[in-house]
Design a protein around this ligand. Structure first.
Ligand SMILES: NC(=O)c1ccc[n+]([C@@H]2O[C@H](COP(=O)([O-])OP(=O)(O)OC[C@H]3O[C@@H](n4cnc5c(N)ncnc54)[C@H](OP(=O)(O)O)[C@@H]3O)[C@@H](O)[C@H]2O)c1
Length: 329
């Protein structure tokens, strides 16, 4: 089979589409014939040599995919060869075939085509498990105010739609007029141009000083002070990205007076048992909203897998809204 290979750590040009061995499904795994995978920002870090896969994971890029089951490993029940699925992966999605634990498979929501389904697993599972699941996740409630940074990103487009569907008041940040408008179209009540305004000032004014109940942060250190200042009493902040650095100064006094909490987590490194719960919870909570047309996968572009380098350039330039997919055939 063919797969996208990192020939050496570096820029998009180090990606090559080459022949590699077909993976063997282990006990409890299935072999998928990949229809499409999606590019995640973490893939860019891994390509550059700055994000090693967890121990035991495939060295091949790709944290999610859609496809058909081609073979069942020992002990797999509830799935058949030929079933159309999408899957949360720990790696290996940029390939014609991938082995994945059956516990990380999800049905394709009705009304979503197989290639488009590759846009769903990573953003749905991340946003559901960090924002909507119970504590230590943020457990966003109807009527609460919610802020997500980078509203036009893969994560942002899903977070805005799910928070809107939950009945939250949605705040977001983005860096251009077109992206701000897209965020409003997805359901954001207040879209802030982070290049022109201090988001914390806008939130203070828009909430009459009360702040927001939940923040989904992908920026890290650069926004730590503004995020904490924007939290309401009882506020919960979940940090899932560090695009603005990992090390900042935390004003514990500001956190204490608000009785607020900060939780930080990744999805990829979690044990299989936790991923299985997240996948099941996401399918139970998010898929009905997709099937009812309240939430939709947002696809910026679909490129052939052989053009993975170009897909990485699109994400690096941040010229996309939603997800960039790579189709296997
Ligand atoms: N912890 C986890 O398990 C997990 C899982 C998935 C993703 N993530 C993280 O979540 C983040 C988003 O992932 P993605 O794949 O959705 O990324 P993406 O589509 O590449 O989007 C990145 C976004 O960040 C925005 N951004 C950059 N600088 C900003 C700033 N100063 N203020 C506000 N927004 C800013 C960009 O907005 P503009 O284009 O408008 O500048 C863009 O929308 C990444 O950091 C990723 O690593 C974490």
């Amino acid at each position: 089979m063919k797969a996208v290979v990192i020939t050496e750590p570096g820029g998009p040009e180090v990606l090559a589409y080459q022949d590699v061995p077909v993976p063997e499904p282990a006990d409890g795994e299935v072999l998928l014939e990949v229809a499409a995978t999606a590019v995640n920002r973490a893939d860019l870090l891994q390509r550059a040599g700055n994000y090693a896969p967890p121990p035991g994971a495939s060295e091949t890029l790709g944290l999610e995919c859609s496809g058909r089951i081609a073979a069942l490993g020992a002990g797999v029940t509830g799935w058949q060869v030929g079933d159309e699925v999408c899957a949360l992966l720990t790696g290996g999605g940029y390939a014609e075939q991938v082995a994945v634990p059956a516990a990380q498979l999800m049905h394709v929501p009705s009304g979503v085509d197989l290639v488009t389904a590759a846009a769903l697993p990573e953003v749905s599972c991340t946003v559901w498990s960090m924002v909507f699941d119970r504590a230590p996740a943020a457990d966003l409630a109807p009527g609460e105010a919610f802020l997500v940074h980078g509203g036009s990103s893969g994560i942002g487009t899903m977070a805005i739609q799910l928070a809107y569907a939950r009945g939250a008041r949605v705040f977001t940040t983005a860096g251009s007029a077109a992206k701000l408008q897209a965020c409003r179209d997805f359901g954001a009540d207040v879209a802030i141009n982070y290049r022109e305004s201090d988001f914390a000032d806008v939130i203070r004014a828009e909430t009459n000083g009360a702040g927001v109940d939940v923040i989904l942060d992908t920026i890290g250190a650069r926004y730590l002070e503004g995020n904490v200042a924007s939290l309401a009493t009882g506020g919960r902040m979940v940090v899932i990205g560090m695009q603005g650095g990992a090390v900042g100064q935390l004003n514990l006094g500001a956190l204490m007076t608000r009785r607020a909490s900060i939780y930080a987590a990744t999805l990829r490194a979690r044990p299989l048992e936790q991923k299985a719960l997240i996948v099941a919870g996401t399918e139970a909570s998010v898929w009905p909203l997709i099937e009812a047309g309240q939430v939709r996968p947002v696809v910026h572009e679909v490129l052939p897998m052989a053009e993975a380098a170009e897909a990485h350039r699109i994400i690096e330039d941040s010229s996309h809204i939603g997800k960039v997919l790579l189709s296997a055939r």
